[in-house]
Design a protein around this ligand. Structure first.
Ligand code: APR
Length: 275
């Protein structure tokens, strides 16, 4: 076990690479673990935000619908909560890590078609990934609950409740999906379409516990797709994965990318990710 988690093995990297190469339509599915090496803590696990600062209010979405003014008043007041401050500062300082860069290179070399992410930090896009489906929204956007219109979010900390939607007058909130809030239909349909096309899913850094996202790799598998899991820890998905790379995203994904270029000279040699 290396200081920053299990090191993974060459066998695991090459088995993952071999599966990527023979597959026709690979998608990646990522969670909070993808961004740990960019300085953003996970939610669960002993080092996670919730273990240290307590979990979020599970009725936050219902509270917003019931009384938007009171919700936003609390939201603005609690923006100084240690949990909120730690997460927002970590996200604002975060840069893509070698794992994000490797996934972007695998997309450019045509081996990974899209990234379905539960993360709201935008690091896949900053790393150069283009086909990114943010099933839990983005910290960079606001969204209207009436018509779904998305607009840029002005800064990390709102000082007043957002104005009603300019298009339909509907209720506007952060684009990030709240607990109890349905995942917006458009992103869910796109994520599901990618899942149905995939014959291989590279699952990275997720506890595979929060649906509907957690159900997508299982749906792919039921369609006959192969699963590769990159995670320093076991998850409920581990025992149905074809390859398990017991390592971290930033350590394993560049190694898998290197194994791809060794195994398949035909695959365009992706440049080494600039850390
Ligand atoms: N590299 C890869 N995986 C890692 C790393 C790392 N460096 N460090 C931790 N992990 C793994 C953990 O083992 C765990 O399986 O990342 C996973 C993080 O799990 P969660 O904190 O549950 O994050 P996630 O699966 O993305 O949560 C899903 O739940 O709280 C909601 O909306 C939130 O999108 C989030 C969703």
């Amino acid at each position: 076990m290396s200081p920053d988690g299990p090191a993974g093995t060459d066998g695991q990297f090459s088995r993952a690479a071999a599966l990527l190469i023979v597959s026709k339509y690979v998608i990646a599915m990522t969670g909070a673990g993808m961004s740990v090496e960019s300085g953003i803590p996970t939610f669960r696990g002993e080092a996670g935000l919730w273990a240290r600062l307590g979990g979020p209010d599970p009725s936050q979405y219902q509270n917003l619908l019931a009384d938007p003014a009171a919700y936003w008043k609390r939201e603005i007041e609690r923006s100084t909560d240690p949990y909120i401050v730690e997460l927002r500062m970590a996200v604002s300082r975060a840069k893509p890590n070698p794992g994000h860069l490797a996934l972007a290179h695998l997309e450019k070399s045509g081996l990974v078609r899209s990234v379905v992410t539960q993360n709201i930090d935008g690091l896949h896009q900053s790393a150069g990934s283009e086909a990114v489906i943010e099933v839990h929204g983005s910290r960079y956007r606001m969204r209207c609950l009436g018509c779904g219109n998305r607009t840029p979010r002005e800064g990390l900390f709102l000082t007043r409740a957002p104005d009603p939607c300019a298009l339909c007058g509907g209720l506007v909130k952060y684009d990030s999906v709240l607990f109890g809030e349905p995942v917006p239909r458009d992103v869910l349909e796109t994520a599901r379409a990618e899942t149905d096309r995939a014959d291989c899913v590279l699952v990275v850094g997720t506890s595979s516990t929060v649906r509907p996202a957690a159900g997508l790799p299982r749906i792919a598998r039921a369609n006959g797709a192969r699963l590769i899991e990159v995670n320093p820890n076991a998850t409920p998905l581990t025992n149905v994965c074809d390859v398990v790379v017991r390592s971290t995203a930033a350590a394993a994904l560049p190694e898998i990318m290197r194994a791809v270029s060794l195994l398949s000279p035909a695959a365009r040699e992706p440049a080494a990710p600039q850390t």
